[in-house]
Design a protein around this ligand. Sequence first.
Ligand code: QUE
Length: 343
Amino acid sequence: MTETSIIARKQGRVGRLTLNRPNALHALNADMVGRITDALIVWRDTTDVDFIVIDHAEGTRGFCAGGDVRMLAQSGAKDGREAAAFFAAEYRLNTLIKEYPKPYVALLDGVTMGGGVGISMHGTHRIATPKTLFAMPESGIGLFPDVGGGWFLPRLPGKLGMWLGLTGARLKGKDVLAVGIATHFIEEAAGLADKLCEQGLRALDDLQTSARPGFSDHLAQINRCFEEASVEDILTCLDRGSDWAAEQARTLRTKSPLSLKIAHRQLQTGERMTDFRETMRMEYRIGSRLVRTRNFQEGVRAVLIDRDNAPLWEPENLDDITPAILEGFFEPLSDAELTFIGG
Ligand code: QUE
C-alpha cells in the first residue's frame, strides 16, 4: 500500500472516501480534487454503490481546512495558470457533488473551512459533532468565499450567510446544525462511517436534526446590519449596535477591503441566481483574477507563511475600490483570458 492523500474504497454498498493529508489538516490539493472526482464518477455510474460517505483519517482535528492556498499564491505571482486550473477542477467537483444522483454523507468531525465546506455543503447529508469547527475565512487572506459560497451562503436563514462570508466567523458543534449548515448532529462520530456501511442511511435515524443557535441573542442584529446595501453601510450599522456588533465591525476592519466588496456583491448576485453552475462560473471569473492580485499574495504571506497577521491590503481602504475595479472581477472572461487561463 502506498501512502495516498485520498483513501477511496468500496465498503459494502457504500463508496467511502477518507481525506488523508494530516500535515495540512487535509486541505485539498489538485491531486486530492482529481482523486475524489474520479472515484465519484465511477461510483455514480455503478449500480453496486448506493451512496457516498466522506470523512477524514483519524488522529487530526481537521475534516478539511481548505485548499492549497500556498500554491494558489505562488501561481498567482507568476501567470496564475496552475491556480486557475485548480479552481476549475475544484469547482467542477463542487458541481459534481451538487448534482450527484446518490446520497452524499459528509462527517464534519473537525475543522471544516473553505474547500472543506465545498466538498460537504453541496451533498445531501452533513453530520456535525462537538468537534466541528466551520468557517468561510477567505476574506482574511484576500480571497473570497468561493466553492459555491455564492450559492449556499445567501440561502442560509436571514443574513447569516453574509455575516459568515464577510467576517469569517467560526461556528462550532451544534450551532452548525442550528443554522442548517449541518443536517444532523452526533455526540461521537467514531464508528458512524462503519455503521453507515453496514446499515445504510438508517444509521442516521436516531441523530439530532435540529437545535437552537447558541448565538441567538445576536440574530436580530445580524439580520438588521448584514442586509445593508454596501459594506460601508454594514459597518455603520454595526458601529451603532451592541458591544457584540462593535466587535464584528472591528473584525471586518481587519479583513481585505477588496475581498469584502467582492464577497458582498458575490452573495447579493448569487442570491438571485437560479442555476448553481451560473454561480460557479461567477466564482471562476472572480477566483482566476483575484489570485493574480498582490492583495491575495500578501494575505497568504501574512496569515499562512510569515504568520505575522499584519497584511498590507491593496487597495488599503474600502473607498479606494471603485465600481469599475469591482466590476472587473465579475465581467465574463475575455478571449485573451480564456485562451490564457482556461487553455
Ligand atoms: C483562509 C483560507 C485558508 C486558511 C486560512 C484562511 C485555506 C487553507 C488553510 C490551511 C490551514 C491549515 C493548513 C493548511 C491550510 O487556511 O484555504 O495547509 O495546515 O487551506 O484564513 O482560505
